[in-house]
Design a protein around this ligand. Structure first.
Ligand SMILES: Cc1cc2nc3c(=O)[nH]c(=O)nc-3n(C[C@H](O)[C@H](O)[C@H](O)COP(=O)(O)OP(=O)(O)OC[C@H]3O[C@@H](n4cnc5c(N)ncnc54)[C@H](O)[C@@H]3O)c2cc1C
Length: 374
């Protein structure tokens, strides 16, 4: 197997955040000797400035993408993949084989081509419908020198996206993402600069990044093509990222794993169905919730603000938020869980005055021992 990577060692624009779901499935990412940051401290800030800061029950790891990509390429090399530092510029179907032409002038033949070339690739164009503006998140940010151990996320009223600050070894990834059909780059920059001023993240001399992230709309899920005769798409090239959080590393790795299983079983046609039943139906359902999540109201306030207020005051909403961060909360059962949690939250708040100090009203969740993966 030959793996073509045109930019070995590059810092792919990304937060590099790996929630618990990734660490649980791929524990080598938590145990790796390569530098990465593990945190449990997080703060969620609402559009009106209300905030919930708490200690997560399960860890979240954050990698620089140069380190993460290097680690994954090393693992591929160790199990026999040949890594070619070259750009594939053309794919051509020759009877039942593919011919790949590379920038350095190489010609390679293969039986099956896997496009894992990210959200901007032009290689998918001859195989699947192009992404529409509604399928793309615009992103912009800085790699800010410094150290911190707090992961911070800020929502904004009337804005379908969020700003983040993710601590990494020696620097922070500080950025913002929003739907390309609904926001402009100028709007993103203004909001991000306000967030950075407010929390003292200094953009002077910080390297800038900007990239697109494909997150399929419900309509595009219906038209999507993941595979065909001798080809398959994985990760961002397929549009497999979470439409609400923009998280995509897990889905890139998991889609690659599912495809590898299908190819090993000589059953490439099974791949789209396995993606759908493993996580695709969750992402497609999530696409229906993006609007209500960011722009909807709950009890007279924006949903994100209400969720943060309730997470600040009640353990039951902190648990819900934690499961969303960890990727353990299915979108299909989110609405019933919010209703059920709200009833429990009312009960928690009703008994709050009768509790002693340390009841959690400051938004601090109790630490728990013996959590798997910790
Ligand atoms: C700003 C931003 C922040 C994000 N934050 C997070 C986060 O915190 N957590 C998370 O889970 N997800 C995050 N994501 C999403 C995540 O970055 C992607 O979902 C993930 O990287 C997808 O992996 P991939 O391998 O499919 O594509 P990529 O990571 O884009 O990798 C594609 C690779 O293919 C190479 N390539 C491209 N074209 C060719 C070619 N023609 N020939 C040879 N090589 C080629 C590229 O050099 C690249 O290394 C973020 C995305 C953005 C834009």
């Amino acid at each position: 197997m030959v793996l073509f990577e045109e930019r070995i060692g590059w810092e792919k624009p990304c937060g590099g955040g790996l929630p618990y779901k990734v660490l649980d499935r791929y524990p080598f990412l938590l145990d790796a000797v390569e530098p990465h940051f593990v945190t449990r401290e997080c703060e969620f800030v609402a559009g009106n400035g209300d905030a919930a800061r708490f200690t997560m029950r399960r860890p979240l790891a954050i990698y620089s993408r140069a380190v993460l990509n290097g680690l994954l390429l090393d693992r591929a090399r160790r199990v026999g993949a040949e890594i070619a530092a070259d750009r594939v510029i053309e794919l051509q179907r020759m009877s039942d084989r593919w011919q790949l032409r590379t920038r350095q002038g190489g010609l390679h033949a293969c039986d099956h081509v896997v496009i894992a070339a990210g959200g901007r690739t032009t290689l998918r164009r001859q195989l699947a419908p192009a992404f529409k503006p509604e399928d793309l998140l615009l992103t912009f940010g800085y790699f800010v020198p410094g150290c911190d151990d707090l992961l911070r996320v800020q929502f904004f009223h009337g804005f379908e996206g969020y700003a983040w600050a993710f601590p990494r070894p020696g620097h922070l990834s500080v950025g913002i993402a929003a739907n390309a059909g609904q926001s402009t780059m100028a709007d993103l920059k203004e909001r991000l600069h306000g967030f950075m001023r407010q929390y003292g993240y200094d953009s002077k001399e910080a390297p800038v990044f900007s990239h697109v992230l494909p997150v399929l709309s419900r309509r595009s899920w219906k038209q999507m093509r993941l595979a065909g005769d001798g080809w398959s798409l994985v990760g961002d090239a397929a549009g497999l990222a979470d439409p609400i959080t923009g998280e995509g590393i897990y889905f890139a790795m998991r889609s690659g794993e599912l495809l590898a299983d299908c190819l090993a079983e000589n059953a490439p046609d099974a791949y789209p169905g396995r993606v759908w039943s493993d996580f695709g139906s969750r992402l497609a359902f999530g696409a229906l919730l993006t609007h209500p999540f960011y722009l909807g109201n709950f009890l007279g306030l924006p949903s994100t603000t209400r969720m943060i207020q309730l997470a600040r005051r009640t353990a039951v909403f902190r648990d819900l938020l934690q499961d969303l961060i960890d990727g353990l909360q299915s979108y299909q059962t989110l609405a019933p869980r919010v209703c059920w949690s709200f009833i429990r939250a009312l009960a928690e708040m009703a008994i709050e005055p009768f509790r002693g100090s340390g009841s959690g009203t400051n938004g601090a969740a109790p630490r728990e021992a013996g959590i798997p993966g910790a």
